[in-house]
Design a protein around this ligand. Structure first.
Ligand SMILES: NC(=O)c1ccc[n+]([C@@H]2O[C@H](COP(=O)([O-])OP(=O)(O)OC[C@H]3O[C@@H](n4cnc5c(N)ncnc54)[C@H](OP(=O)(O)O)[C@@H]3O)[C@@H](O)[C@H]2O)c1
Length: 281
């Protein structure tokens, strides 16, 4: 598989999404986020994932500008937060995100969570934003099969992307297959398990075998399945480490071994886990 740091996946209508992005959840607003974004861009990342609720859109925008890399060479994702869902309030939230980021378009705009009673009108608003050209592509996050079925029945516009928690310990195989069949690109988040399972002995021994770190094995495993990955770090060495995943390949037998590690281990509180919590019905 010939992947490089510049690899992109097509998400429709001529939009290309870099397969490696920088995550920014819990990246402190201000210099911490600005620096992380600059280090990432210096290292060759061309994609940053943020959200209105993270409170750091301004710093993501500033970091990109301060890097000197032209805006159109960087793919920016942000998301409409739960309290802003609904038709008019989503339009307004998007305007505020554009202002905070200091840009005149967003590459990918996502519904952050499948909020009951609101998610379908929110989707209508996203369709309008895309028609107006202020967002280039639209998608969803934390949508499980039941949410996608509902959405596809309601609207002819298929989400370009579904951003979901995926790591070797939570693989969501049926959902991934569902997305693949419908041309929805899977974007993996918390692939490093937020650091909670990087000491797993099987992962450690696979890392040793390849002379890599556990974080690199987890990210490479997701990439090799065609997923987009967005590891978060505010440390320069880790930002570099997480990008050094394009000069080795996991053998098919090792991909198969990791496929056996799935145990639905989520970093989310149970009431938020979208597969099992009734909060999202
Ligand atoms: N759509 C959603 O609902 C949703 C939910 C969660 C996340 N996301 C997105 O996905 C991104 C990634 O997920 P995440 O932030 O939850 O978790 P993650 O990327 O799995 O892990 C981030 C954590 O791991 C540490 N870390 C980073 N690189 C490391 C390495 N090489 N070795 C050891 N530890 C490392 C980071 O610490 P330092 O920063 O201190 O280095 C941070 O504590 C988020 O930042 C966000 O953009 C989206």
């Amino acid at each position: 598989m010939n992947l490089s740091i510049a690899s992109k996946v097509s998400i429709g209508e001529g939009v290309e999404m870099p397969m490696l992005g920088l995550g920014t959840f819990l990246s402190e607003p201000g210099e911490k986020t600005r620096k992380a974004v600059q280090w990432a861009l210096e290292a060759g990342y061309r994609h940053v994932d943020t959200a209105r609720i993270y409170g750091n859109e301004k710093d993501v925008g500033d970091g990109i500008r301060e890097s000197g890399i032209p805006r159109e060479h960087v793919f920016i994702t942000t998301k409409v937060w739960n309290d802003d869902q609904g038709y008019d309030s989503t339009l307004k939230a998007c305007e505020e995100s554009l202002k905070k980021l200091g840009v005149d378009y967003i590459d990918l705009y996502l519904i952050h969570w499948p909020v009951p009673q609101k998610r379908l009108e929110t989707w209508q608003a996203l369709i309008r934003l895309r028609e107006e050209g202020v967002v280039k592509a639209i998608g969803v996050s934390n949508f499980m099969v039941r949410h996608l079925e509902e959405l596809l029945e309601y609207s002819p516009v298929i989400p370009a992307v579904n951003q979901i928690e995926i790591s070797p310990f939570i693989q969501r195989k049926a959902l991934v297959e569902y997305c693949r069949k419908r041309g929805i690109v899977v974007e993996a988040y918390s692939t490093l398990t937020r650091g909670q399972r990087l000491e797993d002995t099987r992962l450690l021994s696979m890392a040793k075998k390849y002379g890599r770190t556990p974080a690199q094995i987890a990210l490479r495993w997701a990439l090799q399945q065609g997923m987009v990955v967005i590891p978060k770090s505010v440390h320069r060495e880790r930002i570099l480490e997480n990008a050094s995943i394009f000069d080795f390949e996991l053998a098919d037998t090792d991909m198969e071994e990791i496929a056996g590690w799935d145990e639905h281990f989520s970093t989310l509180p149970p009431s938020w886990e979208p597969e099992t919590s009734t909060q999202w019905d």
